[in-house]
Design a protein. Structure first.
Ligand SMILES: Nc1nc(=O)c2ncn([C@@H]3O[C@@H]4COP(=O)(O)O[C@H]5[C@@H](O)[C@H](n6cnc7c(N)ncnc76)O[C@@H]5COP(=O)(O)O[C@@H]3[C@@H]4O)c2[nH]1
Lengths: 186, 186
């Protein structure tokens, strides 16, 4: 079951390393972005992880929804990993506009392993196709949810959002989904 | 089968992105390291990927063998990936000394997904333990070998080395293994 291994890989090789450092990263970012970011209070200090059911991932969020604007990157974290010295881990900060035009800063990205699931479903030699892919995304989501709920290092530092693709004809589907989840945690 | 998915992920999410750019990276590196690196000719322009059977991975190669010295990193490659702007991909250059004390530059790293296999075998909830791990490493190696042999983008740009752990009491086991594979391709 590919999704099971990819969820563990995402946790063990990434979330477990970066989530404990996220708070400090955001604090450092705010101290260097004071003039332009007095309102982070309305945003979120958790990493928002997007899991679209159709594994349809874009590399720039603003291409999905014009109420989303790339703001800047958090400071780099460098970690020696498996022979690569100072491998760089970073997150991007986006400003998400609500229906009143007010901006909310948040650290958000897609769950990168979904790119692997998507590409594998296109490669005939990889062993699974489009019909299985949706199942695998759900398995990825549930496995990851389970791992994170039992993780002391990651507790309260993330927000996992499963995106149902039925409303994708709504041009502000993504910003509304993100804002809905931001409100839930305030 | 976790190893199958991790091999595909390693190819689709990393090797397929970085191997086509490796030659240019090395050329840029040589132009900024001319005074100290006239002898790259004895080294290799392929990415050397180490796959230790026991999944025993260190984060700094020189800790495994004092005939290996970290030299410098190749220039960063930045790619927008799944919402992370300018995600950084880099490789480390090591100088490997042979038995005459001569140095050979090479770009070498461990296969990062083995860290996931190792950690999963330690987490009881992940579903497999130490006995299965060796099998999974072999499956990872064979699957990756197969994928790379059929990949046009990656052809001739890598060297996959399976490290048998029986000789680990030899303090120069790793440098000798690397040099043996470097000679094979000259
Ligand atoms: N040596 C090395 N250098 C790299 O820069 C690199 N980037 C990826 N990989 C390995 O390739 C494969 C595919 O990567 P993907 O991005 O889909 O999954 C990644 C990704 O979803 C997430 N992740 C890891 N590093 C980052 C990062 N810097 N930014 C965002 N996500 C990351 O966590 C997963 C597991 O990472 P690794 O366990 O380090 O190994 C990966 C993986 O086996 C790398 N390997």
């Amino acid at each position: 079951n590919v999704a099971h291994g990819l969820a563990w890989s995402f946790y063990l090789g990434y979330l477990r390393l970066v989530l404990p450092r996220l708070e400090d990263s955001i604090a450092a970012f705010r101290s260097t972005h004071q003039a332009s970011s007095p309102f982070w209070g309305r945003g979120s200090r958790k990493l928002i992880i997007l899991v679209p059911l159709n594994a349809n991932i874009s590399h720039k969020l603003e291409e999905q929804d014009d109420n989303i604007h790339f703001y800047d990157n958090l400071p780099n974290t460098e970690i020696d990993r498996a022979g690569v010295r100072g491998r760089v881990y970073k997150h991007s900060v986006y400003r998400v506009l609500d229906e009143h035009g007010k901006g909310h800063e948040c650290v958000v990205e897609y769950a990168t392993p979904l790119l692997t699931l998507y590409s594998m479903s296109q490669e005939s030699s990889a062993g699974f196709g489009e019909p299985e892919r949706r199942q695998q995304v759900l398995l990825f989501f549930r496995t990851l949810q389970d791992i994170l709920e039992h993780s002391l290092e990651c507790r309260n530092r993330y927000k996992l959002i499963l995106l149902n693709d039925e409303h994708e004809n709504n041009p502000h589907f993504l910003s509304e989904a993100i804002l809905r989840h931001l409100e839930q945690q305030e």
